[in-house]
Design a protein around this ligand. Structure first.
Ligand SMILES: [Zn+2]
Length: 343
C-alpha cells in the first residue's frame, strides 16, 4: 500500500512527543480508497487565562514546505521536551496547538485543493463586496478549475471545520492568541500577511498588528519578512482566517491575530530554473540543502511568536500608544484611505 510520507513523519513526531503531547484526530478524509487522519497536537497550560499560539500548515497540498516548516518546529519541541526544563517552565504560561497537515488528501495527491476539489482557503462563508480577481479570488464554476470555493450554501469542508473547532477551543476563549499558517508560492520575498483578504479595509486590531511587527523587527534584527495586509496583494472570497477573525470580534476585550507566512518560492525557482518544469517545483525548494536552509530560516519566527504571546501584556499597546500605532499602521499600509474612509 502506498504511504504518505508526511503522515509517517507526523506519526514519528507524535511518538517522540509521547505523553507531553495531547494528540487528537480531528477528522478523517477519504482519499484514493484510504482514510487519512487530520491531526491536532496541543501542549502547555490548558487554563483559558493563559495566551495561545496555533501553528497551521498544509492547507494547500502542493505547498509541502509549509507543512514541513510546522513539522520541523513540532519535532524541535518534542526533542527539547525531553531535556529542557526552561521549555517546561515556559509551557506553564502558554498553550500551543499544531495542525501541520490540514489537507492530507491534497498533499498525497499533489493538488492545491482537497480531494473534493475545494480550495480550503476559498471555502469559508465570507464574500468580498469589492472587485476580486477572476478565478484566483475564488470561483464556483467547477471543482476541476483551481480556486474552487465549494457549492453555494454548502457546509464548509471537513478539514476547515476541524480547524475552526481547534481555533475555537484552543485559541479564541483566551485574552490573547495568535496563529501562523504556513504557505508558499507567492513572489520572491518571504511575507507575513494579516487579514483581511476580502476587503481593503483595515482590521479592528491594526494597532496590535503594527506593534507586533515592530517587536518582530527589533527582536529578530535581520528578519527577512515583508509584513503587509493580504489585501495589498489581491482580494479573495472565502478566506478562512478572515472568517475566524470576524468571529473573534464577538468577544470584545480579547485579541486574536491570525498571521500567514507566505514563503517566496520564486527565489528557489530562480536559483534552480529546472524547477519550472515540475508541479512541486513551483512551490517548494527541491534541492536538499536549500530545503534544510528554508526549514532553519523560519524556526526563529515560530519561536518568537511563542515568546510574544507569553509576554503579550508587555508589548500590546494601550491608550495613547495604541492610537499612535494605529496611525502608523494606517499610514504604512492604507495610505489610500482618507480620514473620512477610515473605520
Ligand atoms: Zn497556500
Amino acid at each position: 500500500m502506498q504511504r504518505l510520507s508526511h503522515l509517517d513523519e507526523m506519526a514519528e513526531i507524535i511518538a517522540l512527543g509521547g505523553a507531553h503531547f495531547e494528540t487528537r484526530i480531528r477528522c478523517e478524509v477519504d482519499c484514493l480508497g484510504q482514510r487519512l487522519p487530520v491531526y491536532s497536537v496541543a501542549m502547555g497550560n490548558a487554563d483559558p487565562a493563559v495566551p495561545a499560539v496555533g501553528f497551521f500548515g498544509g492547507f494547500h497540498g502542493l505547498e509541502r514546505i509549509g507543512a514541513e516548516v510546522v513539522m520541523a518546529f513540532l519535532h524541535h519541541l518534542a526533542v527539547r521536551l525531553r531535556w529542557d526544563s526552561t521549555l517546561h517552565r515556559m509551557l506553564e504560561s502558554v498553550r500551543l496547538v499544531f495542525m501541520p497537515l490540514v489537507n492530507p488528501g491534497g498533499t498525497w495527491r499533489g493538488t492545491r485543493a482537497n480531494p473534493n476539489g475545494v480550495d480550503l482557503m476559498r471555502n469559508a462563508p465570507v464574500d468580498s463586496a469589492e472587485r476580486v480577481p477572476r478565478l484566483i479570488g475564488g470561483q464556483r464554476l467547477s471543482p476541476r478549475l483551481p480556486w474552487y470555493r465549494g457549492p453555494l450554501g454548502g457546509a464548509m469542508e471537513a478539514e476547515n471545520q476541524a480547524v475552526c473547532q481547534v481555533v475555537a477551543s484552543e485559541c479564541l476563549a483566551r485574552p490573547f492568541s495568535l496563529t501562523v499558517d504556513c504557505h508558499s508560492g507567492f513572489g520572491v520575498r518571504d511575507r507575513i500577511w494579516f487579514p483581511y483578504a476580502h476587503t481593503r479595509q483595515p482590521i479592528e486590531h491594526i494597532a496590535e498588528v503594527h506593534a507586533f511587527r515592530d517587536l518582530l523587527r527589533e527582536t529578530l534584527c535581520h528578519s527577512p519578512y515583508l509584513f503587509e495586509p493580504q489585501s495589498s496583494q489581491y482580494l479573495a472570497h472565502g478566506d478562512l482566517w478572515d472568517h475566524l477573525y470576524l468571529g473573534s470580534l464577538a468577544r470584545p476585550g480579547q485579541v486574536f491575530l491570525p498571521l500567514t507566512l507566505e514563503m517566496g518560492s520564486w527565489a528557489w525557482v530562480k536559483k534552480n530554473p529546472r524547477q519550472l518544469f515540475s508541479k512541486l517545483g513551483l512551490f517548494n525548494p527541491l534541492i536538499d540543502h536549500r530545503q534544510q536552509r528554508v526549514l532553519r530560516r523560519h524556526l526563529p519566527l515560530l519561536e518568537f511568536c511563542v515568546w510574544a504571546a507569553c509576554s503579550h501584556a508587555h508589548w500590546l499597546p494601550v491608550g495613547a500608544e495604541r492610537e499612535r500605532q494605529r496611525e502608523r499602521a494606517l499610514a504604512r499600509w492604507y495610505p489610500e484611505l482618507g480620514p473620512g474612509e477610515r473605520p
